[in-house]
Design a protein around this ligand. Sequence first.
Ligand SMILES: NC(=O)c1ccc[n+]([C@@H]2O[C@H](COP(=O)([O-])OP(=O)(O)OC[C@H]3O[C@@H](n4cnc5c(N)ncnc54)[C@H](OP(=O)(O)O)[C@@H]3O)[C@@H](O)[C@H]2O)c1
Length: 273
Amino acid sequence: MTTPAGRIGAPDRLAGKTALVTGAAGAIGTAVVHRLSAAGVNLLVCGRDRDRLEHLANQTGALPFVADLTDAGACRSAVAAAEHRFGRLDLVHLGVGTRGDCRDIAEFELSAYRRVVAANVDSVVFSLEASVPALRRAGGGAITVSSSLAGVTGYGQFPLYSMTKAAVNGLVRATSQRLARSNIYLAALCPSFVDKPLLGDFRSHLEQKGIPLLAPAEVADALVQRLCAPPGDEPIWTLQPGHPPVPHPCPAISPPAPIHGRPLGGRSGADRR
Ligand SMILES: NC(=O)c1ccc[n+]([C@@H]2O[C@H](COP(=O)([O-])OP(=O)(O)OC[C@H]3O[C@@H](n4cnc5c(N)ncnc54)[C@H](OP(=O)(O)O)[C@@H]3O)[C@@H](O)[C@H]2O)c1
């Protein structure tokens, strides 16, 4: 079966594609990089920590790109480096993120708020701005974003984190249909808590509450599955331990109420996208 240019059909068809991964040295990012490397994908891996990136690059043959991706120029440079080195860009995984430590909406440092918004929202917006033209030049491709279940359910311990992930979900839902017309699939995966060394004391808090944890490799599998999905597929997916990824479709919206008994004209939500 042939697919349109740039279209990814199945994991075994990833070989020879080029991917850019941000947050690559993080727990989930590292697992994604190993999966893609094993599938024969050319990789540009991005992050701020040179040592961790170079270690990952040595393990996987990826090209390291050290940058703060809350900067729009840095995002454009990363995409340019991938195209320069590999000639094209087909796949993007956006994994930059931080939980921050803002727990009480009445008590937080402005600088901490700015850091969470910069990492979780700015980096996604700027990375999309930079990478979408490259994917269009390649004839299409796929982009995944590491969002969070907190962006769907809200998580009272981390209200600002939840806000940023809800923002990402809104952006992905609002953008995915337009990108599908360019043969690009855009998805946000919303995992529950992931087991990683950086959890620290929070791990015992979760254990006490009986909250099971996902392994980074499980999240990576779901992300790679999304990177293989066709344009137009469901954009928002949740992932919880012991369950396969589940699409999170937009609830049905009621038709607009009539004004003075006259039905409102206008286009449907889907038409407006
Ligand atoms: N862990 C969970 O329970 C969980 C659950 C659901 C969703 N998520 C989301 O999944 C993503 C990855 O999570 P994770 O657990 O793998 O986190 P992690 O281990 O802390 O990794 C996050 C990565 O983001 C990078 N990063 C942060 N700010 C950056 C910046 N300004 N510029 C460039 N890189 C930056 C870090 O790079 P440096 O190496 O340079 O610090 C780090 O590699 C995040 O978006 C997170 O919100 C996590």
